[in-house]
Unconditional design. Sequence first.
Length: 89
Amino acid sequence: MAKESMKAREVKRAKVVARYAEKRAELKKAGDYEALQKLPRNASPIRMRNRCSLTGRPKGYMRQFGISRVKFREMANKGLIPGITKASW
């Protein structure tokens, strides 16, 4: 489990990215890189990190489901994810 502060930090970053998205696009289109540098660091979407929505785990993230591989396997084995079954041959 990730610390709650790490999860909160990512939520905060997502809000800042959304707030400055339009302004960043305009400045990039105009080629004004000096003004881009004056924006907050967390306004850049590259600073965001995909995390599991349940545990906050940063590694082994599955984009299609928004959770980590560990939670995906647990939920799939319990039948909590529709359309997913364990393969056997």
